[in-house]
Design a protein around this ligand. Structure first.
Ligand SMILES: Cc1cc2nc3c(=O)[nH]c(=O)nc-3n(C[C@H](O)[C@H](O)[C@H](O)COP(=O)(O)OP(=O)(O)OC[C@H]3O[C@@H](n4cnc5c(N)ncnc54)[C@H](O)[C@@H]3O)c2cc1C
Length: 304
């Protein structure tokens, strides 16, 4: 079944998608937002640094956002979008199950997925005392004992960044080598390095407080928190299907300063674009996308 075309279909109802939907609803645009309730930060104990809502639980922030969107007449459907296609220069088709929906503009706000460690204990502490984002949770480890799990080219830089908040840092490479240069840099910064393979994370599961890291060899490392940096991947490949260009430096979806991708009529906002991966940044990008989507739909005679 094909419904009448919407002005815009928003895929993803995290901070980026909902912020865009809110503005589009306030512009009286006929907008359909697809919501699958698995935002990137669903395991986090709180959203830090979101002005006016610092520390709010992630799902509460989004529930409030959905209420705000629907209070202005925005339509939100809980469904997973299976595929997207551009059927003509001004028409996009979105499929979910057996249903199809069409719109004149498309906003991709589907976010990223974090590559996470698969050691026992990880899930018990993730989002509470195991984190991936220093900008989000660095303050929470002020002066605490922090283990950092990282083993790519950024490992030394990621570790050094945490020195902003604490001097008690140990880099764990989980069985991988570290270059002599990185070892020397970290040693000069008084950061210890352990290359033993990690076998488990242990602590108080009732309070979700990590207490130590266990290794295949040697003594456990007592610590209060662990940060990891193992990379990310897009939650969907819709940008590829549509032919959107990627940013050559970070591999995320390239957008211009109106949040439009390299494909006319397709906009992107939030973590899938190159800016900082923060909820408040995603929300701001969603708002910017909505402003420009709205402007792009104003008829020529009113573009004064
Ligand atoms: C553990 C953790 C803690 C964090 N803490 C903070 C913090 O304290 N402060 C902060 O500012 N930021 C924090 N972040 C980062 C923040 O969560 C992200 O920057 C923000 O969520 C990005 O918003 P987004 O809308 O781009 O993507 P998301 O929030 O990931 O939302 C994307 C939405 O799209 C949906 N979706 C994906 N595919 C489909 C599909 N096919 N059909 C329908 N829906 C789909 C997903 O289910 C999801 O709901 C944290 C992240 C993590 C992982």
């Amino acid at each position: 079944m094909i419904d009448a075309p919407y002005d815009c279909i928003v895929i993803g109802a995290g901070p980026a998608g909902l912020s865009a939907s809110l503005f589009l609803a306030r512009y009286l645009r006929r907008t359909l937002t697809f919501h699958r309730n698995s935002p990137r930060n669903e395991y986090a104990h709180g959203v830090h640094g979101f002005l006016g809502h610092d520390g709010i639980r992630p799902l509460e922030l989004l529930a409030r956002g959905r209420d705000e969107v629907t209070s202005y007449g925005g339509l939100i459907i809980e469904a997973c979008v299976d595929s997207v296609e551009k059927v003509s220069p001004e028409r996009f088709r979105v499929m979910t199950g057996a249903k199809s929906f069409e719109a004149r503009r498309l906003l991709l706000a589907t976010g990223l997925r974090d590559l996470t460690p698969d050691c026992p204990g990880f899930r018990e502490f993730y989002g509470s005392s195991v984190h991936h984002c220093p900008d989000c949770d660095g303050y929470e480890v002020k002066d605490k004992r922090v283990a950092v799990l990282a083993h790519d080219d950024n490992a030394a830089g990621f570790t050094a960044n945490l020195l902003t908040w604490t001097r008690h840092i140990t880099l764990l490479t989980d069985g991988r080598d570290i270059s002599n240069d990185d070892r020397a840099t970290l040693s000069a910064l008084d950061v210890a390095v352990r290359t033993d393979a990690i076998v488990a994370l242990e602590g108080d599961t009732s309070t979700r407080q990590l207490e130590r890291v266990l290794f295949s060899d040697g003594e456990p490392l007592e610590c209060d928190a662990l940060f990891f940096n193992l990379g990310t991947e897009p939650a969907t490949n819709f940008h590829e299907t549509l032919g959107c260009r990627l940013d050559p430096e970070c591999g995320l979806v390239w957008v211009d300063d109106t949040q439009q991708t390299s494909v006319d009529g397709v906009y992107a906002a939030g973590d899938i674009t190159p800016q900082s991966q923060l909820a408040v940044v995603a929300a701001a990008e969603g708002a910017m996308a909505a402003i420009h989507i709205h402007r792009s739909l104003i008829p020529n005679e009113r573009q004064i």
